[in-house]
Design a binder for this molecule. Sequence first.
Ligand code: C5P
Length: 290
Amino acid sequence: MTVMEDAAPAGPVATASRMAWAKVNLTLHCTGQRADGYHLLDSLVVRVGVGDALHVAPAEILTLTISGPRAKGVPTDARNLVLRAAEMLDAGAGRGAALHLVKHLPAAAGIGGGSADAAVALELLSAHWGVPLPADTARLGADVPVCLTRGPQRMQGVGEILTPLPPLPACHIVLVNPGVDVPTPAVFAALTDKNQPPMPDVIPKFANFAEFVDFLRLQRNDLAAPAIARAPVIASCLEALSDAALARMSGSGATCFGIYATAKEAETAAHRITTAAPNWWVAAAPILVA
Ligand code: C5P
């Protein structure tokens, strides 16, 4: 298994490919804690049009190669969720496949890079090997079930209870990651109040962008305060997004997002932030609203 610098898939020609879109928690309320330590969440999750690409080609044994701008430091062994997903699906049968991941998303960044990769690995290999998807994909990671969906979802439980939401008004997002690793378990552990209010029982269908943003403004990311306490640069990312209709952290951080009404506004903001902070990872993309 090798990490390559270029983006071209290695080895045999891919027979199937799929994008692993980033996930963004537009809200993330922590409403309790289970006896096993996992936290109960209430979160509005969307996918956005920036992501990794996974390619699969026939092979005798299971291999994973990685390239792309964010390949550096991504493990190619069993720590990688793509291989763990493949092994979960294979269930010891010894099937082969040559997987090639083109990594664009920063890892451990609160936008589900690893979980989205695992979800597309399950989808591609389920078709490639002709085996059904397992029921308990949350075992791979709490965000894997939501990454097996596409449109906006309400995510509850520890991530396994999903309710599809009506299509959202068209909107665009700018993602900003300052390049600091914020370990998810440490951020959850530092959360002092683990019993905060959920979102309203009913999430309405929003008539327009302004109505959607008004709703989001009343919600929270309960992990933002403990994440900022650990990595104060997150506050600088939020500050950089202050011209957005709404700026907030996603997941356990460190990636922050700003929401904009138009692609042009989002691209202008992304350009401004990249110019001011060339070492940050910045991406503008549409929200996948349905
Ligand atoms: O499931 P995943 O590997 O993404 O979770 C990483 C860590 O985040 C868990 O080990 C746990 O400490 C924390 N976590 C949690 N409650 C959740 C999801 C994750 O406490 N609902």
